[in-house]
Design a binder for this molecule. Sequence first.
Ligand SMILES: Nc1ncnc2c1ncn2[C@@H]1O[C@H](COP(=O)(O)OP(=O)(O)OP(=O)(O)O)[C@@H](O)[C@H]1O
Ligand SMILES: [Mg+2]
Length: 473
Amino acid sequence: MAFAATPTSIRRILTGWLVWPLAVLILASAIPTYYLALNAANDAYDSALLDPVLAVANHISKDAEKITVDLPQVALDALRIDSRDRVFIQVRGPQNEIIAGNQRLPPPPSDIPPAGFIYYDTTLGEDRLRVAALHVPHTLGPVVVQAAETYVKRDKIVLDILLASMFAELAIALAALWLVWHGIGRGLAPLEQLRDDIAIRSPQDLRPVLPDGKPSELVPIINAINRLLGRVKSSIDGQQRFIANAAHQLRTPLAGLKTHAELALRQPSTLELRSLLDMIAGETNRTSHMVNQLLTLARAEPEETTDLYDNPVNLHEISARAVQDWVPRALAKNVDMGFELQDAWTYGEPLLMRELLANLLENALAYTHDGGTITVRTEERGANAAIEVEDNGRGIPEEERERVFERFYRAKGTPGDGCGLGLAIVREIASRHHGTVEIRTPAGGQGTLIRVEFPRMQRTLEPEEKSLRGAAR
Ligand SMILES: Nc1ncnc2c1ncn2[C@@H]1O[C@H](COP(=O)(O)OP(=O)(O)OP(=O)(O)O)[C@@H](O)[C@H]1O
Ligand SMILES: [Mg+2]
């Protein structure tokens, strides 16, 4: 069982390849940005954190017996004021004992250089803290003054920087996506052009696709299509040649058979033999008609080599020539055949045009009762040159009007022994000449009107026509 795969879009695939890596890159770039922002925030606020430490250090007593901080509580409190963060101050003595300030602040690390200071991170309960610790030499041993503050304003700066950089990166990513989406659209335009070029072709048009102006990526596809078209064409040509050759080969023995049947009929014979010979003659006629129709159809099918636009053809002349052949046959059937002919110029192959008209007239005569009328018209109208055959015979029902063009199709109840190829030939010849065939009901409401329209020949003006127009201006 064949499953129809959901078509994937190149545009989606390429954009998908861009979206996910971009998203990962943006997220990954947040990590270095975070650390850079944190360093920037610490650089900005660390020196301010050292100020209260230095202020307290200045108030450590030089007393040789006891280390005290001679700073009133009010002044200590003032040092701790910050609009957003909580600040803790602590003084520790040589034995790490707390001399003044906050009791819960953890002890400083041991690597503070003598008379120097460090910054470090610690925690107090749930809070992350940034601490400035100063080593103050004293006669009784080293004293350490620490000021710690929560991370509120530093985190705010980090977040602001992170958001700003992510926003910029996101904007760049969106712009890149938009450009790529539209760029791919532009890039795929030649592919759509190629699709349109192939879609508007008629099934008979098997000429190679020209790679002119197409991007180099499409050339291999065009070459593959052309190779396929070439193979299809040679296979169709082979079939056509086979049918034409077979029909041609059959014609001679059939003609012989027909002559022999007619000769045999002239010989004295029994009644049974005579009726058998009649049947043979009738069937031979039908077979040679079919062989002729097949041959015409094979000839009507397009061949690339013949350029129809080299031959101007006047449908008027084609129809006038038919008078000789067809009027006697119409008279024999007591059918009134009339001609309303005007010049109707197009380009084409006169032999094929004659075959087309012959098939229309054969049908009109075959499917019109004795005493009926047939009218052949030619005219130029607008951009078209048209030929029309109208009869007042049995008509073709609306629902059969498409099917009668199929090969070997005959409408139900059709009299006579045609083979159903006539209208297929008509349509083939018309489309070979870029024409159209239409079945209509005649104005009288009875019968069949078949109209074939071809592109009208663009005639250059005759010298006298030109001078007439010049005078009229
Ligand atoms: N002028 C017409 N009036 C009525 N019916 C028609 C007319 N022309 C064609 N048809 C119908 O269309 C069918 C197809 O016509 P077509 O000419 O293709 O085949 P055919 O005449 O049966 O055989 P062939 O022309 O190959 O000997 C006919 O069998 C007939 O039923
Ligand atoms: Mg016919």
